[in-house]
Design a protein around this ligand. Structure first.
Ligand code: NAD
Length: 500
């Protein structure tokens, strides 16, 4: 298999300077999907230098808003043109179903259009009252400069787009390092950005390992901002390096997300069906490999047995298989280490006293499920409590734990009992209660009677150890801007502070 020219520096696609390569595996059968370039520190330095030059000397940061908006809209159109190709590529690379891949393409198309609209509708600088008719004072926003971006293996196209769209809208140049596990759609996205007409040096990509490629971003003097999405351990490393150089830094990290179900929603068949259906969706979509996965079910004691029985019965019916196969509802885990990690969490939970209700094993191989694929059955663990590792740590696999409560205060306390704070759900037929609980939850996104939807116009990010900063929404654009105050004295006179 020939090596894909996956490194793009200063307008040129190429392989790695030192000739390094990496095999990208299809998680459904562990066969080689592609071979990409494995960049190193020299490739990274070249990409940063190109982005620096394009920012300091190129036209992109000085283009009009209308020109940048035209590029963003063109990227959105190109994403739609290549929708099927990208959805298939994401399915084969990350293991999700093709339908999920299509949803991702549509979502990121909306994100590019949203940031195009946001900057179009801006009114320019904010004039402030300086307290004197002789002073004109205005606050303006400018691009940060060279933005270095690091993304994880789950939702690779989406995570890259949430960074690239606002960065380009604001007039920055960038270097992106996608996850070494799932780089394919990010490579394609950069191709579309180039096709949309950005000048050479504005959009750069280096495929390769976290260290040395990503690690170089935090320490390189020519990087102005580091935006990272991924796990807590690597995120804090990247953050520390960036802060030590006083760079701007944004971190989107993990989550351990509660899904609180009150008994009142289960009083009607309709409500019960909704809450069970959404609990499955919360925990098992993309085999639980979602930062906002509702992996902790916190259900009112009085309905727990009925709820868990129905949940497990439906979880057993989830059709696992290769994401490209018709009728498959859930794909494999992304890699062998991720499968091993899932097996370890389930074994550890059972050892610590959890009851295995369903799953807890790899499925039987089948026509749509090769034995060599990284499949794991949707797993429900009952009788869990706060001291268990599976409750405290992000498992990032198809594991749903069950805890119970009897009072609203107890439900809130359990849901907030995590060092993370990314997202959570509340299911209740009592609107006042649902809103009251939502207001008390210490998480960046709360869904009431729903789970997982997000909007490009609403900020995304976490409380606590789920990160620093926000993506999407006006705040997601502000991350990629510097703020400047220009104070203009219209009747300048000497101040005579110093007598001489
Ligand atoms: P990871 O932290 O292992 O890797 C993320 C990225 O960081 C990869 O590109 C990796 O190569 C790079 N990296 C690793 N070590 C590095 C280092 N020392 N310096 C610089 N870069 C380094 O995470 P992952 O396993 O790819 O992704 C899963 C994690 O991402 C989960 O914790 C998940 O919750 C999180 N995530 C968060 C969000 C969010 O919006 N908050 C979204 C998606 C995923």
């Amino acid at each position: 298999m020939s090596v894909i020219e996956s490194i793009h520096v200063d307008g040129v696609w190429r392989t790695a300077t030192a000739g390094g390569t990496r095999e990208i595996l299809d998680p459904a059968d562990a066969t080689t999907l592609a071979v990409v370039a494995e960049g190193d520190a020299a490739d990274t330095d070249a990409a940063i230098a190109a982005a620096r030059r394009a920012f300091d000397e190129g036209e992109w940061p000085r283009t009009t808003t209308a020109e940048r908006v035209a590029v963003l809209r063109k990227v959105a159109d190109l994403l739609q043109r290549d929708r099927e190709e990208i959805a298939l590529m994401e399915s084969r690379d990350a293991g999700k179903t093709v339908e999920e891949g299509r949803v991702d393409v549509d979502d990121v198309t909306s994100a590019f259009r949203y940031f195009a609209d946001l900057v179009t509708n801006e009114s320019g600088g904010r004039v402030v009252d300086a307290g004197s008719a002789d002073v004109h004072s205005v606050v303006v926003h400018e691009p940060v400069g060279v933005c270095a971006m690091i993304t994880p293996w789950n939702y690779p196209l989406l995570q890259a787009s949430w960074k690239i769209a606002p960065a380009l809208a604001a007039g920055n140049t960038f270097v992106i390092k996608p996850s070494e596990v799932t780089p394919m759609t990010t490579i394609h996205l950069v191709k579309l950005i180039v096709e949309a007409g950005v000048p050479a040096g504005v959009a750069n990509i280096v495929t390769g390992a976290g260290d040395p490629v990503g690690a170089r971003f935090g320490t390189h003097p020519d990087v102005d901002l580091v935006s990272f999405t991924g796990g807590l351990v690597s995120g804090t490393k990247v953050g520390q390096a960036a802060v030590a150089q006083a760079k701007k830094v944004a971190l989107e990290l993990g989550g351990k997300n509660p899904n609180v179900v009150f008994a009142d929603i289960c009083a009607t068949e309709e409500g019960f069906d909704l809450a069970v259906d959404q609990a499955l969706n919360a925990a098992f979509i993309h085999s639980g490999q979602v930062c906002s996965a509702g992996s902790r079910l916190i259900v009112e004691e009085s309905v727990k047995d009925r709820f868990v029985a129905e949940l497990a019965s439906r979880a057993r019916k989830i059709r696992l298989g290769r994401g490209t196969e018709e009728g498959v509802e859930c794909g494999p885990l992304v890699s062998a280490p991720q499968l091993a990690k899932t097996e370890k969490y389930v074994a550890g939970a059972v050892e610590q006293g959890a009851t295995l209700v369903c799953g807890g094993a790899r499925p039987e191989p089948s026509d749509v499920r090769p034995e060599s694929g990284y499949f794991y059955l949707p797993t429900v663990l009952d009788n869990c409590h706060r001291d268990m590792t599976v409750i405290r740590e992000e498992t990032f696999g198809p594991i749903l734990t069950v805890e119970t409560f009897t009072t609203e205060d107890e439900a809130v306390a359990l849901a907030n009992d995590t060092e993370y704070g990314l997202a959570g759900g509340v299911f209740s037929a009592d609107t006042a209660r649902a809103r009251r609980v939502a207001s008390r939850l210490r998480h960046g996104t709360i869904w009431i009677n729903d789970f997982h939807p997000y909007l490009p116009q609403a900020e995304w990010g976490g409380f606590g150890k789920s990160g620093i900063g926000r993506e999407l929404g006006p705040h997601g654009l502000a991350e990629y801007r510097e703020t400047k105050h220009v104070y203009e004295n219209l009747r300048p006179e000497p101040v005579r502070w110093f007598a001489g």
